[in-house]
Design a protein around this ligand. Structure first.
Ligand SMILES: [Zn+2]
Length: 371
């Protein structure tokens, strides 16, 4: 039986998606529908509701029946993923998540494409990281498990590796360094078992490189750390400047927090910022300014530090982003440093607890690790 959303659910969904169809953008309130992502109108809970315009919702609704008439081009899973990517670059992380979520569902239910669906689920996790939504994190992680368990065809280890790596990143956001390392290590191993041939060769090489960088970050493994320069070179060669900037950011953290070399760290970050227009991720740019602020402070350049902190604050409050935790136990959280500098700002949204229990996490790890 159809279960209409309560006023509270309505308010929550409208607020999260900022009064826009996740596919078409801003609309007036009476043009919008609360769509049930899983096609089941009984499952009325926040994680299963998306904001869509009547036209998008109607097209999806009729496509439930034998896929006829076919989905209009803008609702094809690949177009949705393109739009999600675009939204991510514009800092609209909620719509980016929404489009990836819809793409995952449609590629799974209308095209039985488990590989593409898992790819989109991993991207959902990535889109949620800057804005942190625990219930949505939980629902997509569980969804990845259901998808792999119920798929008729074995899911490509490449996409499992990507999912492991994204979950590993969320674990490090919650300071669960040990589990994060286990997930990143498993991701690297799975990537290594993926045959780098054919048209995917380049893609696999880059994803592997990103997984290695993440592993280096959580383990603070000096051996992997030494490879960061090679990784930077690889990204540069492939013109993947966004990933090059992120890798420089990680390298700078090593230099600053572990090796105690603020000037080297600063050089890496300033280099990363020269690619700002190509990073396509406001969150990363903000984090780079935050670290530069800390470094300038250590180097005694108060005025410069203030400018970087201001830039960081501007980006983070404009998009309602959540800063990453400090890597070292002795390092202050950004909020403490900002107060010390006399900055006035709205408090950042907070992370509470990692949304899966240890047992759930173990089950998920076992399932994803199997190639
Ligand atoms: Zn629409």
């Amino acid at each position: 039986m159809r279960k209409p959303p309560t006023n509270r659910q309505r308010h929550e969904v409208f607020k999260f998606y900022d009064k826009g169809c996740v596919v078409c953008g801003p609309k007036s309130e009476n043009e919008l529908d609360m769509a049930h992502v899983d096609d089941n109108p009984e499952n009325t809970f926040f994680e299963n509701l998306l904001l869509l315009c009547k036209s998008c919702n109607g097209s999806i609704e009729v496509s439930k029946h034998n896929g006829k008439p076919a989905l209009p081009p803008r609702l094809h899973p690949s177009s949705l993923a393109d739009r999600a990517w675009h939204c991510y670059g514009n800092g609209d992380y909620a719509s980016s998540y929404g489009c990836y979520r819809l793409a995952a569902h449609l590629s799974w239910t209308r095209q039985a494409d488990a590989d593409f669906a898992l790819n989109c689920i991993s991207a959902c996790i990535a889109a949620l990281r800057p804005i942190v939504h625990e219930r949505l994190f939980r629902s997509v992680m569980i969804l990845s498990q259901e998808l792999i368990a119920s798929s008729q065809e074995p899911v490509d280890p490449f996409w499992k590796a990507e999912c492991l790596s994204q979950i590993g990143l969320v674990l490090s956001d919650y300071k669960q360094w040990q589990s994060a390392a286990v997930f990143q290590k498993a991701a690297v191993e799975l990537y290594n078992r993926t045959s780098a041939v054919g048209p995917y060769k380049r893609n696999i090489e880059l994803k592997k490189a990103a997984a290695l960088r993440r592993y280096a970050f959580v383990c603070q493994n000096t051996q992997v750390r030494g490879q960061l320069d090679e990784l930077i070179e690889l990204f540069r060669k492939r013109r993947e400047l966004g990933s090059e900037a992120t890798t420089r950011h990680v390298k700078a953290m090593f230099e600053f927090e572990l090796a105690g070399s603020p000037s080297l760290a600063r050089a890496e970050l300033e280099q990363a910022l020269t690619m700002e227009s190509k990073i396509g991720n406001h969150w990363t740019v903000g984090e780079i300014h935050l670290l530069l602020g800390r470094i300038c402070l250590v180097m005694g350049e108060k005025r410069k530090a203030k400018q970087h902190f201001e830039r960081f604050l501007h980006i983070f409050s404009a998009f309602r982003l959540v800063p990453l935790p400090s890597r070292l136990p002795g390092c202050s959280e950004p909020a403490v440093e900002l107060q010390r500098m006399g900055h006035r700002y709205e408090p950042f949204p907070q992370r509470r607890a990692f949304p899966l229990s240890e047992e759930e996490l173990r089950t998920l790890l076992d399932l994803l690790k199997r190639s």
